[in-house]
Design a protein around this ligand. Structure first.
Ligand code: BG6
Length: 469
């Protein structure tokens, strides 16, 4: 072919996890309670702080104690980067303390040292689907402007402490999730009759300002670091070529890119005015906010890609809705889906990469992608996860295409390189890993780590910089 298709040299290959889905040890080392600690059934179910249930995040996969063994396995696969998050509550247990918790800081020092020792760059999310429960109970979460100050203090502590160890940062995981899981995304609990949309966008505004202030601090404290945003991106298709469907798809897509429009371009997009007016959204802003957003834009755009979504102006005619109810949309008749209804669409990743790059012209980083499936542990410690290999290979092929299209893609971290607790449902059964963890939905198991077939496959992908897919 006339077109060379290959990954650039120095491409970042690795995996991604979040503190609350792997660490466990939810009360150790001076840690405070987080929003994740009161979600026994995951982020899409109501919170329950009775503590009378089984709470899978409380124990995770015990990464807190076993990270050395796990990092060794990542190194064996050849990872040159590893994305994780800092649990805010290990550093500021209630969120509003003035001084950080030394034991929590030390834990991440040890983890980052362990990674660096094995030539794995830490890629760190400052807040991934959790925040101190104290900030929810005492301040109402992100609807309160005070949160900006707490977050900024927390972020600065991290930059100062880890400035020699961490060069890739992200401010908020899937920042747009505040619209879909507001308790997890924004620490929001609504009163009856409250205009929820207004509150969600107000919370998002505070996060935008907090994120921009973190960008500022990061650049000042670690001049050679890169700091990005993180969007959950499901590129939107129109169900048919009916102009009404095409328009609907554009509007649904804006629901997501609204967030990156602000974090990457630095200002509220022009379509916001009408949307806010029609939905009775009135955001309180301070005079200096516009300058802050404008002056401290992110360096790169990190995003998760699991699937696309499909829009129609007449959902009642479409019949079936998409089984993945998190982000909305209807079923795409051309796609197959996972057991959780997540539609499998490798080409959608090429589409997403091109769309985002055309729109923003900043480096892109796929910081999550993967296939949640039920694995069978066979006799002799064998897991034949060919379906996972197929999913990942097909997506990587489309990444190569996108790079050939001219997209500046800097890295790829697959979601859950080691099995972990699911975010949407808090199940263990929904596995993403190259490494199997012996634990079930009820919490039984030895926590033993077992290499799956995909472990060897991914190792070869990385060793050949994506030549062998
Ligand atoms: C992303 C989140 O939305 O998807 C992760 O950033 C999450 O935290 C991942 O785990 C996969 O979702 P789930 O529900 O299958 O765990």
């Amino acid at each position: 072919s006339k077109v060379e298709k290959k990954f650039p040299e120095g491409f970042l290959w690795g995996g991604a996890v979040a503190a609350n889905q792997v660490e466990g040890a939810y009360l150790e080392g001076g840690k405070g309670l987080s929003t994740a600690d009161v979600l026994p059934h995951g982020i899409m179910s109501p919170f329950d702080d009775s503590m009378e249930n089984y709470y899978p995040y409380h124990t995770g996969i015990d990464f807190y104690h076993r990270y050395k063994e796990d990092v060794a396995l990542f190194a064996e696969m050849g990872f040159n980067c590893f994305r994780t998050s800092v649990a805010w509550t290990r550093i500021f247990p209630n969120g509003d303390e003035l001084e950080p918790n030394e034991e929590g800081l030390q834990y991440y020092d040890d983890l980052f040292d362990e990674l660096l020792k094995r030539n794995i760059q830490p890629v760190v999310t400052i807040s991934h689907y959790e925040m101190p429960l104290g900030l929810v109970k005492n301040y109402g979460g992100w609807k309160n402007r005070k949160l900006i100050e707490f977050y900024e203090r927390y972020a600065k502590v991290l930059f100062e402490r880890y400035k020699d160890k961490v060069k890739y940062w992200m401010t908020f995981n899937e920042i747009n999730v505040v619209l879909h899981a507001p308790f997890t995304g924004g620490g929001l609990v609504f009163a009856e009759g409250e205009n929820k949309k207004n509150t969600m966008y107000q919370a998002a505004h505070h996060q935008f300002v907090a994120s921009a202030l973190a960008v500022k601090a990061c650049h000042e404290i670690i001049p050679d670091a890169k700091i990005g945003c993180m969007l959950s991106y499901l590129p939107t298709y129109a169900l048919t070529s009916k102009p009404e469907d095409v328009w609907e798809a554009l509007e649904l897509d804006r629901e997501a890119v609204f967030f990156t429009d602000i974090q990457v371009r630095g200002y509220y997009p022009s379509y916001t005015k009408r949307y806010f007016a029609e939905n009775d959204i009135h955001i309180e802003m301070e005079d200096s906010d516009a300058d802050i957003l404008h002056n401290y834009k992110v360096d790169y755009l990190g995003f998760s890609y699991y699937m696309s979504r499909t829009a129609t102006a007449t959902p009642e005619e479409a019949g079936t809705t998409n089984a993945n109810m998190i982000m909305g949309g209807v079923k795409n008749p051309h796609l197959k889906a996972s057991e959780w209804g997540w539609e499998i669409d490798p080409k959608g990743l090429r589409f997403a990469l091109n769309t985002l790059y055309d729109r923003y012209q900043v480096p892109l980083f796929i910081v999550e992608n993967g296939f949640g499936a039920i694995d069978v542990l066979e006799e002799g410690d064998i897991v034949n996860d060919d379906y996972r290999i197929d999913y990942l290979r097909d997506h990587m092929k489309e990444m190569k295409e996108a790079i050939a299209d001219g997209v500046d893609l800097i890295g790829y971290t697959s979601w859950g390189p080691i099995d972990l607790v699911s975010a949407s449902t808090a199940e263990m059964k929904k596995r993403y890993g190259f490494i199997y963890v012996d634990k079930d939905n009820e919490g039984n198991g030895t926590l033993r780590r077992i290499k799956k077939k995909s472990f060897h496959w991914y190792k070869d992908v990385i060793a050949t910089n994506g030549e062998n897919l």
